[in-house]
Write a new protein. Structure first.
Length: 191
């Protein structure tokens, strides 16, 4: 598949079939994620693979009971990511917060850890779409609860939950803002 077509084909999929994701497909998408660029080639990303339904249920629970303040007097409760429980496999992308320790670029370690792991997540999502599978990047979770469920060491931080599966979704591309609303030349105020 051509790259331009792949980028436009990738969707956030919320509907999965019962068909299992093969080990070959899983290794393929992990390999694509592994080849993401990173600052100083430190490769801080780590991946936790979850296949057991009871473990996926525990991951899902970390997306519940989240309240977001929308004003100084009001909060809204976030809808749990229920579709995650249909996925036959979930990958939790994490970052090693110590990956830059003692290195020249350690001054920006917090930034690089998140940026690098986000790039790896995008590579993973593109590889999923290229294999004809569906996935969704979930960023709304209770970090402490997720870390506890996964038994993560203190230096490993979750970045994204990615449920993956076969899908029959025929979801079409959603509208995108025109470039003239997004692009600025020479400075932000230049337009």
């Amino acid at each position: 598949m051509e790259f331009d077509e792949l980028v436009k084909k990738r969707r956030s999929i919320h509907y999965f079939t019962d068909k299992e994701v093969s080990d070959d497909d899983l290794l393929h998408v992990l390999e694509a994620a592994r080849w993401a660029p990173s600052a100083g080639n430190n490769q801080p990303w780590r991946f936790v693979i979850i296949r057991k339904p009871e473990s996926i249920e525990k991951i899902w629970e970390t997306t519940t009971d989240i309240e977001v303040p929308i004003s100084s007097k009001r909060t809204i409760k976030v809808t749990p990511q229920n579709f995650m429980k249909q996925a036959p496999v979930v990958i939790v992308v994490c970052t090693d917060t110590q990956a830059y320790k003692g290195k020249q670029n350690s001054i920006f370690a917090d930034r690089f850890c998140i940026q690098d792991s986000a790039i790896a997540t995008m590579n993973l999502l593109l590889a999923v779409a290229n294999r004809g599978l569906g996935a969704c990047w979930i960023g709304m979770y209770r970090e402490d609860a997720l870390s506890k469920v996964l038994n993560l060491p203190a230096t490993i931080q979750p970045v994204a939950i990615v449920p993956i599966g076969h899908t029959q979704s025929k979801e079409q591309p959603r509208p995108r803002k025109p470039l003239n609303e997004l692009v600025h030349y020479e400075s932000y105020q230049s337009n």
